[in-house]
Write a protein that binds this ligand. Structure first.
Ligand code: CUA
Length: 158
């Protein structure tokens, strides 16, 4: 069967692009550790308030200086509403929702995740600039969605 030269070029070019894209995704995931900002950890949303993982929301500083922030989201507040973390240290956020889907975005930082009932959202970031940051819910969650907010205070590391 005769295949025209130009057609051959396009076929090989298309195949090369597919191989390149799949290869890029594989390289990023395997070699560079690029993953979605969550992990698959489930929770019963009806029991989220009493679940040991979320019964006492707040900030815990580990002996190595890393901070862990546990946040429970529900209509129409984050608990705790104010979070204090040290600057320049890894901060791991763990969030879940006790009712509907919420968002958790710390304005002017790269911290931004959905908070989905039934799942624990987790991500780690470092805040380099001390100061006050606004935390907003960026998923429409009901009548008072627009007042659902919190405050992050990044303190100079001691
Ligand atoms: Cu919670 Cu919008």
């Amino acid at each position: 069967m005769h295949v025209d030269l130009y057609e051959k070029i396009w076929m090989w070019a298309s195949a090369a692009v597919i191989v390149l894209f799949v290869g890029t995704v594989g390289y990023a995931a395997v070699a560079r550790g690029v993953h979605p900002p969550s992990h698959v950890e489930t929770i019963d949303p009806g029991q989220a308030r009493s679940d040991p993982r979320f019964a006492t929301p707040g900030v815990a500083i580990r002996p190595d200086g890393r901070a862990e922030v546990v946040v429970l989201a529900q209509m129409f507040a984050f608990q705790p509403a104010e979070v204090r973390v040290p600057a320049g240290r890894p901060v791991t956020f763990r969030l879940t929702s006790a009712d509907v889907i919420h968002g958790f975005q710390i304005v002017r930082t790269n911290a931004n995740t959905m908070v989905v009932p039934g799942y624990v959202s987790q991500f780690t970031t470092v805040f380099t600039e001390p100061g006050e940051y606004l935390i907003v819910c960026n998923e429409y969650c009901g009548l008072a969605h627009h007042v659902m907010q919190g405050r992050l205070i990044v303190e100079e590391a001691r």
